[in-house]
Design a protein around this ligand. Structure first.
Ligand code: PGA
Length: 252
């Protein structure tokens, strides 16, 4: 299976020109990779402009969020059907920065439902805010995953990608230790298995996110044994991102 690297650009860059430049360079390198699939998630306002009509698959374009409403009087919102219609294949849901802005697990689950019902893949972000000696954070994480995926039918499980992102490692100096990432990837798969099935859990793609860069990416994939990465800052930092993609592609 190919490794998956998703770039979450967050609210960067400031102009369409810059966005197009990053896309062009990322697409060029993505086209040369053999074992890695790359998705870029720019700010919504740039998404339509950077989806290639000629070559939509070399670099797929994703969105950072979506409305859970279908249509109608929801000022400022964009629906999953609209995103799917313009060629978006992946949408992030439940990012900790969105959760901080008021997204509860219930809201996240509604967004996830809207995404998978439109035939796209939902990149569902989960992760503990902090750790405690007694391991309570594992219970909290378990509840967060269960509630964020509540109401998603078994038949849609294949449209879900789990992005494990410990909140304390996002935008931080250092990523989580790869051996800890390995433990946590097993933990989140086990929960996925309890919600859906063992078979689905064997197939689910698990990403790690939180301060990934070109220096630590290989060890996270190798020792952390995750299927890919959700990359923030480094995804808009060329040439760091190019180095990262090359390095990940070289992992056997
Ligand atoms: P970071 O962000 O790589 O800048 O830590 C990761 C994320 O928020 O997904």
């Amino acid at each position: 299976m190919k490794k998956l690297v998703i770039g979450n650009w967050k609210m960067n860059p400031s102009t369409l020109d810059e966005a197009k430049k990053i896309i062009k360079k990322t697409r060029r390198i993505a086209g040369r990779l053999q074992h890695t699939e790359v998705i870029a998630c720019p700010p919504l306002v740039f998404v339509f402009a950077v989806i290639s009509k000629r070559d939509p698959n070399t670099l797929k374009i994703g969105a950072q969020t979506v409305s859970y409403e279908e249509d109608g009087p929801h000022t400022g919102e964009v629906s999953a059907v609209m995103l799917s219609d313009i060629g978006v294949k992946y949408v992030i849901a439940g990012h900790s920065e969105e959760r901080k802005n008021g997204d509860t697990d219930k809201i996240v689950s509604r967004r996830v439902k809207a995404i998978v019902d439109s035939g796209m893949r939902a990149v569902v972000c989960v992760g503990e805010e902090m750790r405690d000696e007694g391991g309570k954070y594992l219970e909290i994480l378990k509840d967060q995953i269960r509630n964020s995926l509540a109401g998603i039918p078994q038949s849609r499980a294949k449209n879900i990608i789990l992005a494990y992102e410990p909140v304390w490692a996002i935008g931080a100096k250092e990523a989580m230790r790869p051996d800890q990432i390995y433990e946590m990837s097993i933990f989140v798969k086990k929960i996925f298995s309890d919600i859906f099935s063992q078979d689905q859990a064997m197939k689910v793609v698990v990403l790690y996110g939180g301060s990934v860069n070109f220096r630590n990416a290989v060890d996270i994939i190798k020792t952390g044994k995750v299927d890919g990465l959700l990359v923030g800052r480094e995804s808009v930092n060329l040439p760091g991102f190019i180095e990262l993609l090359k390095a990940v592609d070289g992992v056997k």
